[in-house]
Design a binder for this molecule. Structure first.
Ligand SMILES: Cc1cc2nc3c(=O)[nH]c(=O)nc-3n(C[C@H](O)[C@H](O)[C@H](O)COP(=O)(O)O)c2cc1C
Ligand code: SF4
Length: 423
């Protein structure tokens, strides 16, 4: 199975700059700067069907094309490494193993969009990943692959690493820009979208770590090659799936898009823990609705998972066994979101703690039928909040109501958790 993002990985340590170079690292940058126009690079990324790996799956080349070409003045590129979505740790694993693909991808992206200054916005706590990025920036600059007049092409780029103060909302791209500007990290209204009016009011592209780290291989090998990596038509490339929960091996695996859920669990995860049977999972971080046993053969790709009523999201898979109480699992996630609501808009600030309290009552065996109705209403209300945090928070609640209504009702009828409460 071809590895793109993990191709340069070494067991137990980060690849070195010399090793990355010796294995063809920065060859894509040399190729682009010596023979491709910025438009050529952008078109290659459009043709590759690369979709954003930060959660929403938006087509990357299309996003770049929204940046006004002829507007004078600065424009910015931001790499989003906030990664606070529960269940998600792929960007950390990637940067601890290899920061160079990201740096090379950022230079290529900046060249395509016409950016002279870029930022890596990285979560506090990701100290090793941040140190790797700083070291890679220094090494690439010393080698003439970053900084002024890169490889004598006349194109220049500086990259700064910014460590976040640490709130989940800082990963939302407009809140991130406020944080980077030194303001309170509230989301901004959209439109205008960042590609038109972003950081300091200038056109800005925000992309995820994994998205940008794919760019060198796409430029080096071409759009057709990238599309051919996926297992199903319409999908393109590989995906990092970071798995946790009740499987034998919890780790981050690079697999072709379109690999089925069952193949991941029975394959690299080594199956369920002894004595456990698969009940459900979240497929892409805590804001994605559950998949169940009926989805065992589902090819994991953005469109297929959406058609199954969930989202591929970040590829952060959390696996639950039969003895897991799904009310309790959902309550765990809602507790996180209620705490991380930025408080800017009323539906989310007041609604998420209310939903948390309802779930806590149901779990404790003091809930009523009316609470099921209230949960349903809140799935609807919270879709109209100011940013995507609140609808995302209600993803598992919506899944709970759709797939495990019987289990909720059992809590009400028996006046206790039928599975013995939170694990
Ligand atoms: C509450 C919230 C948190 C987010 N956190 C992250 C994050 O940690 N990393 C990330 O790449 N995208 C995150 N996103 C999505 C970003 O807003 C943005 O869509 C993404 O960085 C774009 O990159 P992509 O197009 O490469 O996927 C978050 C969105 C929301 C609503
Ligand atoms: S939905 Fe929540 S996180 Fe988003 S702006 Fe409103 S209060 Fe803040």
């Amino acid at each position: 199975m071809e590895q793109v993002l993990f191709r340069h990985n070494r067991p137990g340590r980060c690849v070195t700059f010399a090793e990355y170079r010796a294995e063809g690292g920065f060859a894509a940058l040399e190729k682009a700067l010596s023979g491709m126009s910025p438009n050529d690079v952008q078109q290659t990324v459009i043709d590759s069907n690369l979709r954003g790996r930060g959660g929403a799956g938006f087509p990357t080349g299309k996003k770049w094309s929204f940046v006004p070409r002829d507007l004078p003045g600065p424009r910015y590129l931001i790499c989003n490494c906030d990664e606070m979505e529960p269940g998600t740790y792929k960007d950390r694993v990637l940067l601890e193993a290899n920061p160079y693909s990201l740096i090379e991808g950022m230079v290529l992206a900046a060249y395509a969009i016409g950016v002279a200054h870029a930022f890596i916005f990285i979560r506090r706590g990701y100290e090793e990943a941040a140190a790797n990025c700083r070291r890679a920036i220094a090494e690439a600059t010393a080698a003439g692959l970053l900084g002024k007049n890169i490889l004598g092409s006349g194109f220049s780029l500086g990259i700064d690493v910014h460590q976040s103060a640490g709130r989940y909302i800082c990963g939302e791209e407009t809140a991130l820009m406020n944080a980077l500007e030194g303001r309170r990290a509230n989301p901004r209204s959209k439109p205008p979208f960042p590609a038109v009016k972003g950081l300091w009011g200038r056109p800005t592209v925000v992309n995820n770590v994994e998205t940008l780290a794919n760019i060198p291989a796409i430029v080096a090998n071409g759009a057709g090659w990238f599309k051919g990596l996926a297992r199903i038509p319409g999908a393109a490339g590989t995906k990092l799936f970071c798995v946790s929960g009740q499987v034998r091996h919890t780790a981050c695996f690079e697999l072709p898009l379109g690999t089925t859920l069952g193949e991941i669990i029975d394959g690299p995860c080594g199956g369920m823990l002894p004595g456990r049977t698969f009940k459900a999972c979240i497929p892409g971080g805590a804001s994605t609705p559950y998949l169940t046993r009926e989805h065992w053969g589902l090819p994991l790709d953005f469109d297929t998972v959406a058609r199954a009523g969930s989202r591929l999201g970040t590829g952060g898979i959390v696996v639950f066994g039969q003895e897991t109480c799904m009310v309790a699992a959902t309550l765990n996630m809602i507790e996180f979101y209620a705490r991380e609501s930025c408080g800017w808009c009323t539906p989310c600030r007041e609604g998420l703690p209310y939903v948390r309290d309802i779930l806590a009552r149901l779990e404790a065996g003091t809930g009523t039928e009316e609470h099921i109705t209230l949960l349903r209403e809140h799935v609807h209300y919270l879709n109209n909040a100011f940013c995507a945090l609140a609808p995302g928070a209600m993803g598992p609640v919506e899944g709970l109501l759709r797939l495990f209504e019987d289990e909720i009702r059992e809590h009400i009828v028996r006046k206790r958790c039928p599975l013995g409460g939170r694990q």
